[in-house]
Design a protein around this ligand. Structure first.
Ligand code: SAH
Ligand code: SF4
Length: 348
């Protein structure tokens, strides 16, 4: 059993605010990443499938209560074309993400999208779903139709804080239960939190990191919280340069400390980092992340999928150039499964 950092040590590292010390932390996490996953970066083409959502999370720009949003839903043909582009460009995998809808029509739609993606790639393209809370039978149908991985962020593992971030109709227990169901169905399971939420404490982030371990997650997707002016949580927050720098550092520290604690999981360097600074995602890779999700949704629809403001334009060729220039190698054509998933399935 490798040495595990104690809660007080996790808290200490997450609290570092000296720039040079933060850089040392990122470098240490990068070393751990090199030992466990090498300098290989897996790509997941992100397809933002639709912004219709039944939920009303207090932080999210496409919450159902935001009437300013123009709602859209991609067609099956559009999704198929985007996935085909990812496949031809050798990305190795895609993510289908959308607002949360629970209905038979949605279930069948996603099943059909999965069948088409499996067909166009001979089953080779890895597919991650990020479609919120569903029943076990829905998760099973999507697994059987070809999905291998599922991302469902816990948002905060502290139940009392989770309740402050969501209306009372949302259930922390159900979200936890959904993560268990996904595991029972043999998905590679991903979760994560937003970092730098108003009212969030270092103690809660330590709790989150320890939760990632106790839930035995395969993938972690985290990003800094970005205030959206049309949401209850974000409306009064000024998006100043100082605020941005702080959020960026909080996001990077959380990636680094998670890598130091969990070693072999896949960790995504998310677009939210890029929204705070050019090169934010590359910085995430150098702080311990090993997955990048280039947005492959066409620009017309992308502009309506604003979970947060300041979402960067997608220049995926430049992104890939920058990643290579930073000394990383792209895991071309591979679906980039989580090493942790395979090690936890070995007989012990
Ligand atoms: N509806 C699905 C998937 C789409 S939302 C779900 O909620 O699981 C994907 C993620 O975007 C959420 O899990 C949340 O962590 C993140 N997100 C939403 N609003 C955000 C904001 N203002 N800043 C940063 N991340 C945000
Ligand atoms: Fe809907 Fe997901 Fe946004 Fe919550 S975070 S409002 S579930 S899209």
């Amino acid at each position: 059993m490798p040495y595990a950092l104690r809660p007080s040590e996790l808290a200490f590292l997450l609290s570092l605010d000296d720039r040079a010390e933060q850089q040392e932390l990122y470098a240490a996490a990068y070393e751990v990443k090199l030992r466990h996953t090498g300098n290989l970066v897996s790509l997941r083409g992100l397809i933002e499938m639709g912004n219709v959502c039944a939920k009303n999370c207090f932080y999210c720009g496409i919450r159902s209560g935001n009437k300013k949003v123009e709602r859209f839903q991609l067609s099956l043909d559009e999704i198929e074309n985007m996935a085909l582009t990812a496949y031809r460009n050798n990305y190795g995998s895609v993510v289908l993400q959308a607002g949360e809808i629970e209905s038979e029509a949605r279930t069948e739609f996603v099943e059909e999208a999965l069948r088409r993606i499996m067909k166009l790639s001979d089953g080779k393209l890895g597919v991650t779903l990020s479609l919120g809370e569903q029943t076990k039978s829905v998760y099973r149908r999507w697994r059987e139709a070809g999905a291998r991985r599922y991302l469902l962020r816990i948002e905060s593992s502290t139940e009392a804080f989770y309740k402050m971030l969501h209306p009372s109709s949302h259930s922390y227990r159900r979200r936890r239960r959904c993560l268990e169901l996904l595991r029972e169905l043999d998905y590679q399971v991903g979760s994560g939190v937003m970092v730098g939420l108003p009212g969030q404490t270092v103690g809660q982030l330590v709790h989150d990191i320890r939760f990632f371990r106790s839930a035995d997650l395969d993938m972690i997707g985290m990003g800094p919280y970005l205030p959206h002016p049309d949401t209850p949580l974000g409306r009064d927050i000024a998006f100043t340069p100082e605020y941005r720098a702080k959020q960026l550092a909080s996001g990077l520290k959380m990636i680094a400390v998670t890598r130091l604690y969990l070693h072999d999981v896949n960790i995504a360097s998310t677009t939210a980092l890029q929204a705070l600074a050019p090169g934010g995602r590359e910085a995430g890779l150098l702080a311990g992340a090993n997955v990048i999700m280039p947005n492959i949704t066409d620009a017309g629809h992308r502009k309506n999928y604003n979970l947060y403001v300041n979402k960067p334009d997608a220049d995926n060729d430049l992104l890939i150039e920058n990643i290579t220039a930073a000394g990383e190698r792209i895991n071309w054509g591979e679906s980039g499964d989580s090493a942790h998933y395979f090690s936890r399935r070995l007989p012990r």
